[in-house]
Design a protein around this ligand. Structure first.
Ligand SMILES: Nc1ncnc2c1ncn2[C@@H]1O[C@H](COP(=O)(O)OP(=O)(O)OP(=O)(O)O)[C@@H](O)[C@H]1O
Length: 554
């Protein structure tokens, strides 16, 4: 799709016309046509983006500048790569562009079809985070099916949504591992590359207009990385706008990007076509002296390392002037001097030209612009369906934790100890009745706190998932709260029942059946209350996050 092509009509999603073809000979795998169906085109532009955070110390408060005057644009059909050394601000910029920044308010302007960010965009944006946030015990197919059921529009039937999940599995080449668990550091599951593809699948399943990816190739071998970038290119070819951060791409990978932003310490060192980056740097006097991967060369420059790179005469002059701050021990310009030179060179030689291009209005009609600006949220499915899907998913995921041998042994061991301490206690005489009352009190207190502690420890694991899914408007918070609270109950009640059964027979509580059953009811109520408390806490934290998010989103 050409950037200057005028688009007249918004295209409606149909989700049934994905075409598969061509072979990816390069990566040696069968490649299909990814997400070829039409979508709402989104032109993303950003100018003078600045971002600062306030770091509160014990004695003082410091303001740290993370991004300074970043600009750029990316059109449907293009892949924009954000490159730079570690800590240069790639993730921050990506999060700002994807409307996912919390905390301080960013400066500058970010527009989508010339309109500011709106809630409507949440359902049109796919965001693949750096960390793979997935449920470890869910299988690949289950993970994608749940995403399809929750995120795809109401107009599709359940079967169509499930088919869409299977299509995505085919498209991403995940057929072989579709019945494998995702896994975690404790549970063996799919490989790192497969997990990354599941994360991408989770996002492309909605056929997003804008796809953001934070280091999708980190930790992968070059063939798998190439395959992932090839997938991104295919997605972009379907009319989507793709923005990805990337650490150290191979030269083959580098040439697959349409546009490039090179960052250094939060400043812009280059924005433009990736294929023209080397020409630009040679025009400012920086060229590799030996054959080098362009990405490696650019990262070296952004780090201020100019070994095996020609030194621009302007920089050399500064060194010869004998300024110790700009010179290293071997007589070469210091990294700080190189950085300063690169920032200045881009500002004076290229920035104005690029900024002028950004001022040109996006060539799309008003209908498309206004569509982006609607503040109406679009839920994929009704409240009840959200609840039932989340209920089933919760039940499936957490049964592994609940029925771990460690937990069963823990509960049974405590039951046996109690049974031995109160072994066949006779509840006929008043002192013994007091004894049994003590036991019943202990049981109620134990089961009042046990689920609370469980909830406290499981919450941090779920929080990342809740944040990720709510950021994409996958479901309502109330549906999550009710499903989370109720899906734990059947599991929560099984272990206490086992526990109580053991204590009942060992401690000879048959004679005090009345108080015993009263205790059971109390135990179950305690568990319900603990679950409710957990849900309320999670919702409170989530709402607090959302308030922060609302403050910082512009
Ligand atoms: N909320 C924050 N508070 C303090 N410092 C922050 C905050 N957010 C980002 N930073 C700092 O801003 C800088 C840029 O961070 P960012 O994560 O964007 O870098 P990056 O280029 O994505 O790095 P990497 O490639 O290692 O992921 C880092 O020095 C980071 O420590």
């Amino acid at each position: 799709m050409k950037p200057d092509q005028t688009i007249r009509m918004p295209v409606i999603q149909t989700f049934d016309n994905i075409k598969r073809a061509s072979e990816d000979l390069e990566a040696g795998i069968h490649k299909k046509r990814i997400q070829a169906e039409p979508t709402l085109p989104i032109y993303l532009k950003f100018t003078d983006v600045t971002y600062k955070v306030v770091i509160k110390g014990v004695t003082s408060t410091v303001e740290k500048e993370i991004l300074n005057g970043i600009f750029g644009s990316v059109n449907p059909g293009e892949v924009l790569a954000l490159m730079g050394p570690s800590g240069s601000g790639k993730t921050t910029l990506l999060s700002l562009l994807g409307g996912r920044v919390r905390g301080s308010t960013p400066g500058g302007s970010i527009t989508y079809n010339d309109q500011p960010y709106s809630k409507f965009l949440k359902s049109r944006i796919g965001f693949v985070t750096q960390d793979d946030v997935l449920f470890p015990h869910c299988k690949v197919r289950e993970t994608l099916t749940y995403a399809a059921l929750l995120r795809l529009p109401k107009t599709l039937t359940k079967q169509e949504k499930e088919k869409q999940a299977i299509d995505v599995i085919d498209e991403l080449g995940l057929e072989r591992c579709q019945d494998t668990m995702i896994g975690s550091s404790f549970v063996r599951g799919v490989s790192g590359g497969e997990r990354k593809r599941v994360c991408i699948g989770n996002e492309i399943i909605i056929n997003p207009s804008l796809l953001f990816l934070d280091e999708p190739t980190s930790g992968l071998d070059s063939t798998t990385a190439l395959r992932i970038v090839q997938i991104l290119q295919d997605i972009a070819e379907g009319g989507k706008t793709v923005i990805t951060t990337i650490h150290q791409p191979s030269s083959r990978l580098f040439h697959k990007f349409d546009k490039l932003i090179l960052l250094g310490k939060g400043n812009l060192l280059y924005f433009g076509k990736a294929s023209e980056a080397m020409v630009y740097f040679s025009s400012i006097g920086c060229s590799p002296l030996i054959a080098m991967n362009p990405a490696e060369f650019l990262l070296d420059l952004a780090n201020g390392n100019i070994n095996d790179v020609s030194v621009p005469s302007e920089l050399e002059d500064r060194v010869q002037m004998g300024n110790s701050e700009t010179e290293t021990r071997n007589g070469k310009p210091s990294p700080a001097a190189v950085h300063e030179y690169l920032v200045g060179a881009y500002e004076t030689r290229a920035a104005d030209n690029e900024k002028k291009k950004l001022m040109i209005p996006t060539p799309i009609d008003e209908e498309l612009k206004s569509k982006v600006y609607t503040s109406k949220r679009e839920w994929g499915t009704s409240w009840w369906k959200q609840f039932s899907i989340l209920f089933c998913r919760g039940l499936k995921e957490r049964r592994h934790d609940y029925f771990s041998w460690l937990r069963i042994t823990q509960v049974l061991a405590i039951a046996v100890i109690l049974g031995l301490l109160w072994w066949q206690s006779d509840g006929n005489s008043p002192p013994n009745q007091q004894d049994q009352a003590g036991l019943l009190f202990f049981i109620a207190v134990f089961w009042g706190f046990f689920p609370v502690f469980t909830a406290i420890f499981t919450f941090p694991q779920e929080r990342a998932m809740l944040n990720k899914e709510r950021a994409a408007d996958m479901y309502r918070l109330s549906a999550y709260f009710v499903a989370r609270t109720t899906s734990d109950l059947p599991l929560d009640l099984l272990l206490p029942s086992l526990f109580l059964l053991v204590v009942y027979f060992m401690a000879g509580l048959r004679k005090s059946a009345g108080p015993f059953f009263l205790t059971m009811v109390t135990v179950f109520l305690c568990i319900v209350a603990a679950q409710g408390l957990f849900g309320a806490t999670s919702c409170k934290l989530k709402v607090a996050n959302q308030k922060e998010e609302a403050k910082s989103t512009f």
